[in-house]
Design a protein around this ligand. Structure first.
Ligand code: NAD
Length: 453
């Protein structure tokens, strides 16, 4: 099938590459000329396991092209996926300017039937706004071409995006009941047929329910994290081990083991903004989502916990003190640093006057870019970008772990102890066992693990 993807970011690039892998003819559009030039030169603008190979293979096969040419992109696909960003507006609601700009550009150029697929995470009711934006452009040209707007939210996880896209838990598609809607239904069914061969994974629903489903999923996941973080802080107070508690409750199938990890707070481009956007939607309907307000407040507080533990141990004035930081990306297997807890920790350490040496397996270039935005020249001069985990340690008062990269899970503790000034570890992801760490001679601070024995 001929497909256009508008927006070649994490979601758009993965969607485009994976749909090409299935044999479709895919045209990826972006307004960012540098990104398109890089992709056309064989580069990949983001770190995502397996993506480079899929992109290279399908470019070589002529099934995947990258361009900034809007008219050509509209002409190309019967299916027009909108996968542009929906960042938070000043008041926390989703900023739809990019989605609506994409809709207008489709309306401005289309001359035949199109299915416009909202893949971006957009508030309930956005499909109607997309429809109105397209129709206004068609009316302005007295063009009578028909179209349908479909909601097909994306559930991929950064760091496992290709795998998630190719083997989805579910595919959610919302179509309306018009004649164009049923034509769109048929085309979407055909497009996703290869994913449904073993068993049916598609949930068909109305457009608003599909839009809502994406927010409900992210809000539920964020709720589980904040719930565990709040309990972890209490566990620290009462002398219980949140990891033991996690196992104890997760074995109940009604609860399950996933997404029950206490830590340094959630970040990334989705949970923070989607929780906020759902709250804003509710407020427009005079409803206060009390649980989600608490989820957000707990997470904001949780991002401060690691730095507070450091300050409790070493004092509020950290000048003259040096710290090693492992992990900068908001989670492993990505270079994404949007809303990353590491940025909050670094602010606390640098505001306290400390110097830091930081390391992340893939997010170093992105870290240099975002930290230059977060800090002034004097503070930046107190950050050293190290070449390996071990390279961060020399002369540090303590090691602080913020991201649970696999490469940090079994380090050489003797070398760590020898390099650190004091054998102190603050573990924001509970990678290690307090007992084992104590036996190895470390003073260990996890999240919710201050067990009284
Ligand atoms: P991103 O910022 O990585 O990519 C968006 C891209 O759209 C950018 O390259 C930008 O230049 C481009 N763009 C903006 N306006 C454009 C226009 N008018 N025409 C063409 N290109 C345009 O964003 P992302 O992380 O891929 O997220 C996209 C959407 O998918 C968001 O709504 C997000 O909430 C949702 N989503 C993201 C993830 C994730 O893990 N990143 C997962 C599921 C859903």
């Amino acid at each position: 099938m001929k497909i256009t993807i508008i927006g070649t970011g994490y979601v758009g690039l993965v969607t485009g590459a994976c749909l090409a892998e299935l044999g479709n003819d895919v045209f990826c559009l972006d307004v960012d000329e540098r990104k398109i030039a890089m992709l056309n030169a064989g580069g990949i603008p983001i770190h995502e396991p397996g993506l480079e190979e899929v992109v290279a293979r399908n470019r070589a096969a002529g099934r995947l092209q990258f361009s900034t040419d809007i008219a050509a992109s509209v002409a190309h696909g019967t299916l027009q996926f909108i996968a542009v960003g929906t960042p938070p507006d000043e008041d926390g609601s989703a900023d739809l300017q990019y989605v609506l700009a994409a809709a207008k550009s489709i309306g401005r150029h289309m001359t035949e039937f199109k299915v416009i697929v909202d893949k971006s995470t957009v508030p309930v009711g956005t499909a109607d706004r997309v429809k109105a934006a397209v129709q206004a452009e068609l009316d302005a040209r007295a063009e009578g071409a028909k179209f349908s707007v479909v909601s097909n939210p994306e559930f991929l996880k950064e760091g496992a995006a290709v795998e998630d896209f190719m083997r989805p838990d579910r595919i959610v598609i919302g179509c309306d009941s018009s004649a164009e809607g049923s034509r769109a239904h048929g085309l979407m069914k055909k497009l996703y047929m290869p994913f449904n061969r073993n068993h049916e994974r598609t949930f068909w629903m109305d457009v608003r329910s599909a839009e809502f489903t994406k927010y409900a999923a992210n809000a539920m996941l964020a709720t589980r994290i904040s719930f565990m973080n709040e309990l972890a802080n209490l566990a620290d107070q009462v002398g219980a081990d949140i990891e033991a508690v996690r196992h104890g409750i997760g074995s109940d199938p009604r609860i399950g083991h996933s997404f029950l990890y206490a830590g340094a707070g959630y970040g990334g481009s989705c949970f923070p903004k989607d929780v906020q956007a759902l709250e804003r939607t509710a407020r427009q309907y005079d409803q206060d989502l009390l649980i989600l307000r608490a989820v957000e407040a707990v997470n904001d507080k949780q991002k401060l916990v690691l730095g507070q533990k450091v300050a409790k141990r070493f004092g509020a004035d950290l000048s003259g003190k040096h710290f090693a930081v492992w992990g900068l990306a908001f989670k492993p297997n990505t270079d994404d640093m949007r809303e990353a807890p590491a940025r909050v920790l670094l602010k606390q350490l640098l505001d306290g006057g400390a110097t830091v040496a930081v390391y992340d397996p893939v997010a170093m270039a992105e870290a240099k870019r975002v930290l230059a935005l977060d800090f002034d020249a004097e503070q930046l001069a107190r950050v050293r970008f190290a070449s390996s985990p071990m390279d961060t340690l020399t002369g540090a008062e303590a090691l602080v772990i913020v991201t649970e990269w696999k490469a940090f899970r079994s380090p050489d503790f003797d070398r760590i102890k020898a390099a650190l000034k004091q054998a102190v570890i603050f573990d924001g992801r509970n990678l290690f066992e307090p007992q084992v760490m104590a036996e190895a001679g470390f003073e260990y601070h996890g999240i919710g693990r201050s067990v009284l024995t």
